[in-house]
Design a protein around this ligand. Structure first.
Ligand code: ADP
Length: 397
């Protein structure tokens, strides 16, 4: 089967065409600046060079039309005609409590996703626009929704409830949902395969460390806790997001700086994290490492604070699961940044576990990186959310 995977943002649309039999990516690309001046599409057919075209995209329907045009183009395309695309898988950020697994999209599902809009006002409406645009251009192709939150729906009440008046949960569904679920699921499954064990027999901590970052506790195949909360702002210190802070700080900053809550929220999302901590050096770990080497004190502190927090979560989730068998690093930083992995590894000594400096010299490939005598296996596993979405789509259609 050929599956088109769509990840739709408010002004962008990422796509991959995957052959589900071979799991090869036939083509992939990105539409940018949808609805604003200077829209362009970058398309990459497997084995060919990447190409970019500027083309007006007043809305997402036009973006999807262009994607189809490129995918079926005699030169840069990957299929002869639209009829070769068997199914479409959509990444949906928030499924609330309604979706504990992926679903085939129909009118009822669209309505239910719409009802989750309040919980992810920046993401879900954009995801829905993507669904509707595909419905217009490819009305007969079956579509599947794969939710970032679904994998974490197995968390017990004690992990997802906040210490707030219960009525807020009952009336507004304020609770921990967690995100990056597709990645936590994919990577923990793969870890079990690499270790030659069943996931149902393992307690795994997954550190998804990208621009956005989250840790999860996957106990015997199920997510039992995760660091992101009702929104993707909670938990680890991230590229530009603060992660956990004392909630009273919001009001305090608002008063001191004469800002609205919305403005403070914007600072917590876009100007905090390692970018804020490094005093504006960068949200990118490559820049931070370089600056720290050049003795930039704030960059060094940002990296130390970041790794300390990841280490603390590993300790917490070990306690939550009554032990741990494997710790996995994934996503941009987790897959590529050996120094950050090594620094986090220092916090695993209480587990009689060490990262092997030679095995740790790895970038973007699967490998066990702990020393042979370590009690807990530490692994580096590249995530592949698009492939996970394609697999889910095939499973359901
Ligand atoms: P997201 O999907 O959340 O946007 P990614 O998982 O792609 O993010 O991660 C992007 C981040 O990965 C970059 O901001 C950068 O900090 C980090 N990164 C990528 N490559 C490297 C590398 N070689 N060394 C260190 N960090 C890297």
């Amino acid at each position: 089967m050929k599956v088109l995977v769509i990840n739709c943002g408010s002004s962008s649309l990422k796509y991959q065409l995957i052959d589900s039999d071979t799991e090869a990516v036939l083509a992939k690309g990105l539409c940018e600046r949808i609805g604003i001046e200077g829209s362009c599409i970058t398309h990459n057919k497997a084995g060919a060079d990447k190409q970019t075209w500027t083309s007006p995209m007043p809305d997402h329907t036009e973006a999807v039309r262009l994607v189809v045009e490129k995918l079926t183009d005699p030169e840069v395309g990957a299929v002869k005609s639209l009829s070769e695309i068997d199914a479409i898988g959509h990444r949906i950020v928030h499924g609330g409590e309604k979706f504990a697994s992926s679903v085939v999209i129909n009118d009822e599902v669209i309505k239910a996703i719409e009802e989750c809009n309040d919980l992810a006002p920046l993401h879900n409406p954009a995801n829905l626009i993507g669904i509707r645009a595909c419905q217009k251009i490819m009305p007969n192709v079956p579509m599947v929704a794969v939710f970032d939150t679904a994998f974490h729906q197995t968390m017990p009440e004690k992990a997802y409830l906040y210490g707030l008046p219960l009525k807020y949960y009952k009336e507004y569904k304020i609770r921990r949902y967690g995100f990056h679920g597709t990645s936590h699921d994919f990577v923990s499954k793969r870890a079990a395969e690499i270790l030659g064990k069943k996931r149902e027999d393992l307690r795994i901590i997954v550190c998804h460390l990208g621009n956005g970052a989250s840790v999860s506790a996957v106990k015997y195949g199920k997510s039992v806790d995760t660091s992101m909360g009702m929104t993707p702002l909670e938990g680890l210190i991230m590229g530009t997001r603060s992660g956990d802070i004392d909630p009273a700080i919001v009001d305090y900053i608002a008063q001191k700086e004469n800002l609205t809550f919305k403005e403070v929220n914007n600072i917590l999302n876009k100007k905090s994290g390692v970018l804020g901590l490094s005093d504006g050096v960068s949200s990118d770990f490559r820049d931070l490492a370089k600056a720290a080497e050049e003795v930039n004190k704030a960059a060094k502190t940002a990296l130390e604070t970041y790794t300390y927090h990841v280490g603390k979560y590993i300790g917490a989730y070990t306690a939550a699961m009554g032990g741990v068998d494997a710790v996995v690093f994934t996503a941009g930083v987790g897959e590529n940044d050996a120094d950050t992995r090594a620094a986090i590894g220092e916090y695993m000594s209480f587990l009689d576990t060490k990262i092997d400096p030679v095995k740790n010299k790895v970038r973007g490939e699967e490998r066990i990186i702990s020393t042979d005598d370590s009690k807990v296996k530490v692994l580096c596993i590249p995530t592949n959310e698009e492939l996970a979405i394609a697999r889910e789509t095939v499973r359901l259609v």
